[in-house]
Design a protein around this ligand. Sequence first.
Ligand code: SF4
Ligand code: SF4
Length: 191
Amino acid sequence: MKEYFGNIYSALATIFIGMKITFKHMFVPSVTIQYPEVKPQLPERERNRLYVNMDDCIGCDQCSRACPVSCIEIETTKSIPGEDLGKTSNGKKKALWVTNFTIDFAKCCYCQLCVFPCPTDCIYMTDVYEFSEWDRDKLIYDFATLTPDERQEKRDNLAKFNAEKEAEKLKAASEPKEPKSEIKKDQQEEK
Ligand code: SF4
Ligand code: SF4
């Protein structure tokens, strides 16, 4: 009988302690938010998803070389004479077509080391932090603005230009050269 009433007392005491804590917290300001309906206030220097403004990218590869996990892949193609790629917003002349620029956010550790060396400040952290995907491949972002056909066209143009230059060089090398003694003789006659 003593044990029976002891158990009842213990149960009531436990409920009372629990309710006391619950009741106390009803009057304390909440420290949680109703995410995702309510967005958290992010710190001033938060690190989120990167963005690359390709209008200002000169394809220098410095961001890629600074990345400790090699998640930035860049491919550039030299422009050929006559092509004008314009300038960046801070006045740097562009000379390379950026034919590939991907960042794999599944590998990125958000260290921001790629941001600092950029000479045109075109790679930077945004405030976007909600970009989870079921498929890891969807976390590979392609920032290059050229279409696949345009990328191939730039590569083909450069290959054609290099081939023509090489052919010219070979032609010049195979042409018989005038002996030096003959040149001197001609010059003396001219005098
Ligand atoms: S934030 Fe760090 S890990 Fe991510 S791309 Fe830049 S350098 Fe690489
Ligand atoms: S460092 Fe800047 S300019 Fe150079 S390739 Fe990276 S994003 Fe482009």
